[in-house]
Design a protein around this ligand. Sequence first.
Ligand code: NAD
Length: 477
Amino acid sequence: MNSPIPVLEDTQADLLAEVTPHTGERREILDPATGGLVGHAPVHSVDDLERAIVRAKAAQPAWAALGHERRSELLLLAADAIDAEAEALAHVLSREQGKPLNGPNARFEVGAASGWMRAAAATPLDAEVVVDDGETRAELHYRPIGVVGAIGPWNWPQMITVWQVAPALRMGNTVVVKPSEYTPLSVLALIAVINRVLPEGVVEVVSGGRDVGAALASHPSIGKVMFTGSTATGKAIIRSSADTVKRLTLELGGNDAGIVLPDVDPTAIAEGVFWGAFINTGQTCAALKRLYVHDDVYDAVCEALVDIARAMPMGVGLDEANVLGPLQNRQQFDIVDRLVDSAKAGGARVLLGGDPDRTQPGNFYPTTLVADIDDRSPLVQEEQFGPALPIIRYRDLDEAIAMANGVEVGLGASVWSADRDEARRIAARLEAGTVWINAHGAVHPMAPFGGAKQSGYGLEFGVEGLKALGVPQVVNG
Ligand code: NAD
């Protein structure tokens, strides 16, 4: 593990000072890599939430009245504001979330935040003429919903906030954001930056706990909730939204399978498989979480993955050399630890890692590869959300597909093969919202993203994502 580098850039300190409350309740946010203090976050209450909703509701008609073109211009200015503060935002994110600056991590996340903001501004959405037969003329429009609630997780806090906020704003809604209690500073900093260019009240942020999330999800003035987080919380939100028949987009947990066919070149696919599984140190909704490898190439794939994994430095995020970081919180560390222990107890073979150094500060769990593991092991069946990949051996493709589909969630999946047509045929049999071929987890702002089964419902990104933030209205005549 690389040694900590205690860099505190001035711009980052300024940004943190901007979001640190001087009055009211506040709490310490600790660095998951070192245990050191990152800063203080406000602890907002349900009363604060009420006031934020009133402000967002008051701001909404004027925001909607600006029209698509002007709102898009303002979103582009917000993206410019993110770019101008990119380094400071990445530092706050790295220190609070734990992800390194480099690799597909903090700088990458800030870049994605501004990129998705620009995409939401640029995506055309015209009224559709759905019938025009001489007798009937019907057009389909999408009107603003009103005030949208955006509730987010701690793994990609800035990027996911933009995924929720940008299309909502583009469609003429105002937004009340409730960041995860684990990563409030990253989101407060992001919103402070975009609010330099947006009118007052258009984006409000309430940094509270689960009680504030629950109050937001049941509030009568909230027309829609954009939620990204665990399946258990998603179910709670469905219940609390029922009385007001809120619209919901739910991006929930995943346990993505990858199926490796016998025709692959193991060394050629190893790096793609590695990053598919270990991006953000495994704390990614659509990461590859179970790898099914055909017996013919099993040992070679395992060997190639070990070689790649060994070469990827893990450590404190501000050290430019690192590409893997700590788990964001101790609860997640404990989940990964328990699942790997259960795999060991079940007779699985640990190829790498599996032995955290408990004398070190921080929530570091080493990069772990587990072979010859039974498909029924908890490490396979439960979402580990951390750097521990189970590799399951298969001989029969139908059996591999059945195992891949054998869980209640279905966010993503991947097929690895030299034969793209065969991979596409297998994709059609997989119960997942996205299937990648010879890749895993890459998202694009114009390709709709959403889950099958208990990974949620509703789509984000592109035209479909904009439509999800509007009320469809048919104008007939
Ligand atoms: P979580 O469900 O514990 O928390 C998410 C958010 O919900 C937090 O802001 C929390 O305060 C809030 N919350 C908690 N209880 C609530 C309630 N009753 N009503 C309203 N809000 C409530 O999730 P997490 O641990 O932060 O995130 C990890 C999970 O998120 C993983 O399962 C991961 O797969 C999933 N995830 C999914 C996607 C996706 O796009 N599908 C993306 C990222 C993460």
